[in-house]
Ligand binder design. Sequence first.
Ligand code: SF4
Length: 345
Amino acid sequence: MSDGASVPSFFALEPAAAEAAVVARGGKAFHARIIRREAAERGVLDYARMTALPAALRASLAAELPLVSAREAARRESRDGTIKLLLAFPDGRTVETVYIPSRTAGKGATLCVSTQVGCPVRCPFCASGKDGLVRNLEAHEIVEQYLFGRALGALSRSVVMGIGEPLLNFENLARALEFVRAEIGLGARKTTVSTVGFPERLARIAETNPPFQLAISLHSPDDEQRWELVPAMKGVPVDDVLAAGDDWFAKTGREITYEYVLLGGTNDSEGHAQRLAERLVGRRATVNLIPYNPVHLAQYGRPSSERAENFRMVLEEAGIVATVRWSRGMEADAACGQLRMRPAR
Ligand code: SF4
């Protein structure tokens, strides 16, 4: 999955190179496919438990070629079953990956993955953007988050909404999502990529009809305020972002979801709701309203449930489908916008 510049591991190798590595240790090419299947389909992350492989091959691989480059550095679990993993890569950099079990037993889990270490967008209300971008994740580092997630249990959906701006590391993300589609079975309808919505990039990507749903984080109907809340979008009018969303729907046939973090006293007034409704009316899109989770160091508050509901009603009265999403995983600090609030322990 990479050019091999990072520390070698089975999943960092292109499939042909992984097969060659297996054959060089006395195995057959199909053993590499077994390894991929055991990890991706069954969540086995230990050669020793891959009993379909010859014992000598398992031992040789275990000694010489780690299956994955990441290690689980820490884990926190909240009462609702949400698990936040802190994954550390060989260069010492870490990302968080969050496993959110369905409320319905047996329905699998949603996995929230990261695409960058740090984030260049620097939204002032988000812990992940506080220090800016450290580096992009390699494709295999994104894949490995899925493998660690699968090791926790079956996955029914994934959301690329963790740390980072996916469109600014899109080549690696696209390669990772192709693996996820082919090997884990999470295709176009089961994976959502959330972006702040760079119009030119969206236009180019829409041409390829990629295998995911799109969510655009809007956070304000007003240009000036959006530029404050989403600094990397400064100078890009909200109109251009919405036009890019329309273009996406026209090209892919898949509706956009607009994400809107409700910051108490900042962007959650009735006037904001009305202006957002005016912007969205007649467009093929739905809205997710996400009441802000408190983050240390940030000056924003959490809206009351009445205020959040009122905002939703204004949209609904304009014919726009909107849902208030109270984030889960609060106890593990794993809810949206606070992934880097405290290191996992
Ligand atoms: S909210 Fe998203 S885009 Fe904004 S800084 Fe945080 S991770 Fe980056």
